[in-house]
Every structure is written in C-alpha cells, then in structure tokens.
Design a protein around this ligand. Sequence first.
Ligand code: MN
Length: 593
Amino acid sequence: MNLDASHGAALGGVRASEITLSKRLRSFLSWPSAEDDPVAKLARAHRSVHPNADIGVLRRSYAIAESMHRGQFRKSGDPYITHPLAVAQICAELGMDTVTLVAALLHDTVEDTRYTLQALTGDFGPEVAHLVDGVTKFDKAFYGKAAEAETIRKMIIAAGKDVRVLIIKLADRLHNMRTLDARSPASRARIARATQEVLVPLCDRLGIQALKRELDDVVLRHLEPEWYERIDQHVKNRPHWAEYLQDVVNQARVVLRRDKIVATVKPRPRHYYSIWKDSVAREQTVPFDLPRIVIVVDGPDTDCYAALGSVHGLWRPVAGRFKDYIAAPKNNLYRSLHTTVIGPGDRTVEVLIRTTAMDRSAEYGIAADFRYPRPGVNAATSAEQLDWLQRVLNWERETADPAQFLQSLRCDLAETQIQVFAEGRPIVLPAGSTPVDLAYELGPERGDHCLAARINGRLAPLSSELEEGDVVEIFTESQAESELDLKVAPPGPRREWLRFVKSPHAQMQINRWFADHQEPGISIADKVRLGRATIGLCLRKHDRGLASDLPLRRLAEQQGYPDLETLLVAVVDRTVDPDTVVEQLIAMVDHQE
Ligand code: MN
C-alpha cells in the first residue's frame, strides 16, 4: 500500500510532467473548448469574413507574443497580451487579412520584448516583419513634439508602401483609447486630444468609418465625459424611438417594392460624437438627434436616384438638404445620396441612399479591399485609389523637414473642406481656398501661370475666397491675353500669393518655384547678422563700438520700427542708409549722456 503509494506518487510525478508537456503542446495546436482557447474569438471573427483563413499561423503568433510578453502588465493590471489580442480582434472585425492579424498580435514584441526583428522575419516572413517594424518605430518615437513629427511622417511613408501599417496603428490607438481609464486625467486628456487631432482625421481620410465612429466616441468620452453621459442617457431612454424608426423603415420598404427597386432598408443610428457635434452647433444642452435610415440598393448607381424619387414621392423633402455625393464624391471616396424628408407624424427624418459597393466603401474605406478581396487587386498597395494619400506622399518627397511636413499634414487634417467645380469636375480644397489654390490643384503649370479667375461667371481677384459649390475658371497667362484682353505680367507666381493661399500644396509649389527661379535667397537671420555687422563697421569709422543691443533697440523704437531686427533688415535691404543710422545712434547716445 505504502509502496504502491510511493510508486504511484513517482509515476504520478512523471505523469504530471508528461501531462503538463502534452497539455502545453496541445495548447499550441488545438483547444479542447472555447473557454480555454484565447484565440477562439479572434479565429471566429476572422473566419466569419475569410472562411478559408489559416488559423494555425494565428495560434503560432499568439503563442509567441504571449510567451514574449509574459510577466508584463498593462496599466489596468491585465496581462500585456490582452492588448495585442484586442488590437488583432479590432483588425479581424474590420475584415483584415491573416497577415494583418499576425502582425497585430506581434506588434509590440520587437519594441517591448527580447524578440528581435530577425527572429520575427525568420518565423513569419518579411511581410509581417515590415508591418511590425513600421508600427514599432512609431510607438518608440511617440514621445515629445519632434519625435511625433518623425512618427507621423514614417507612418505616412509606410502607408504608401503598405497601407496595413496604418490600419494596425489605428486599431492600436483605438484599444489604447478604450483602456485609457487606467491613466491619469492629464495623460487621458493629452492622448485623447492627440488622437482627435491626427489619428481621427487620418482615419476619416482613409474612409474607415467603422473605426472612426468608435474613435470619435471614445475621444468624446474622455474629453467631454458629462456630455457623453447625457447623450448615453438620452439615446437609451427615448420613448417610441425604435418603433418610429421601424415604421419609417416599413413604409420605405413598401414604396420601394411598389417601384420595383430591390433594396435593404434599415435604421442608421448616429454615433454619439455626431449627436454631440449637432447639439453643440445648435447651442443646445439637450442632445439633438434625428431619426435616420439607410437604403442600400441592389442594382446600379442609377437605382439610387430611382429610390430617391420613391422616397421624395412618399415624404416631402426639406429644401436645401439634398446632397449628391455620388456625382461629387467626398475626398475619401465616400459616395451616397443624402436627403432629409418630413416623415410620418411630420417628423424630420434623414435618409441615406447608396449601392452595396458604396455601402462597403462607406463603412470600411480602404479596408474594404481586404474585407472583400477582388481577384488581381493587391489591396496592400492599392492605396493609390486615395488621391489624398498620394498628395500627402508627394509633399513628403518635397519636404526635407519632418516638422514642416507634420505642420502641413496637421493643417490639411484640421481643415474643413469645400468642393468647387473646375474643368467640369469636382475638386476638394481646404475651406478658405482661393483661385490660386485651385490652380495649383489643377497642376503646377496652371498654378505658376495663373493670372485671373472667373467665379460663377464673374471675373474675381485671385485672392477671393472660394465657397462650396462655386464654378471656377482659371486663366493662365496665354489664355488671359487672348480671351480676356488682359495685360500680362511677367510669368511665374507672385510672392504675395503666399499671404493668401490656403493649401499646403499651393504653398509648397510657390516656394518651389522661387527656389528654382531665384538666386539662393538670404534668410532673415542672415540679414539680422549682416545688418548688425554693417552697423558695427560704420561705428568703427567714428571710433565707437556697441557694448550691447540696448541703444540700437531704443533707436529702432524711436524711429518707429516694430523691433530691432526690422531695422537691421532694413539696413541690409538698403531701405535705410547705415551711416545715417550710426549718426542717429551716436546723437541719441551722446544726447543722453
Ligand atoms: Mn500597442
């Protein structure tokens, strides 16, 4: 008995380690039940979009990430692996491919663990390594102002090569924002604001509304917690809202069926951020929201207009609220018809109408190519469909300085945009743009040589501010001579354009022209130095010298210059004679003494 027991114990010991080993092995290969399998939820989300996906490689990358991050914890106290797993889950729900999910699982390993890029390349191949490497560098650099500029610049360049880098970065930020509660209030506000300033508009430009909605809302929750709570209460406790929407949906279905338009109709709730924006714009403290539905037609684009006709026949449209984003898509390729109607019970209802393809790209933007792969299209590099990204990549090539690049990017991202028409097509520009901005948007040649503009049929100064929907003609030097009988000024842009152009693109093009066409210019700092040296030399003629800037500063003030630097520049620019300045200076100093 005793012997048996000890024998049993010894055997048991062997068995225990065997079991542990086989359990561990099994855990790498398969899980007996969903609860034991940390990758199950991810695999399910991935398979629901890509039924033939290779789940084995997800398990392998999870196992490596988990073992590398073991012992590390999030600020919330959760094991670190919960973060990459959640980031991969976000990517999976977007419908991204297996490579993206693998990279998402591993995205922090190279930066935060002993796992090297070489090892990762060996284990998962160069594609995954490129994605992880891209994200690694951003995170490492994401401290301080200058580092941020470098970070964003790298992110854009990386997106030009493989747009998946940007999608992982956005998913990474979304999860960090969701779990921001564990941080101090100050860093919450700072991170939320940085997200709002750069990543949200970036996400918007990429057209990934599915991601942007949640980023918007989580930013709102951190920056405007009271509003967020108020809207949350409002949305969850409004009487008869769902019934009313269902009635609208049913009536729309009936009329579409009658008109033989195959379509799905469903409610389209606004996200909290958009309710907040409307409420604030109306200076209301009660959340302002309108019932909204979306009609997704099964046929060609023209069916959208047919559906619009049916809807407008059923409910009276509100004047001035119809927008045709099919004929004139937004710059992120968003396409739909928007209208507002007086619905049942005389309540205002918003209606969005689009085709299935439009619906996909409205929801997933650039990620749609991964979710709905098309044969022969490499989704990773098909970013050229986004003019915006290409334009930004062009500036990047033209701007050596990352700080200047970031500033331009920020400007571009911060701008609200308008759409004007030129050469028979819609063109998106930052609000406040002028005909010069438009001319450069049409091409550097048009920009450099633009001389006059006609806005909605009338000649207008080049500095005029364009407005939404303006129809604009740009005349270049040669055209202006023949068609407008204008006297032609010397060719090339004017320096004063820099004072009113709005878009970074136009600014850069004008600067480029002057850099190409003029002697290397002398900077203000150089002029200030040169001016001071000139004054010094003239003073020496009088056997005098300057111990400090103070007398000069006083003279500058006395002579009505805004500051000393302006006086020194004036000396170099020969708008004032250095000898005169020196005489005045001596007189002033001696008079005082
Ligand atoms: Mn991360």
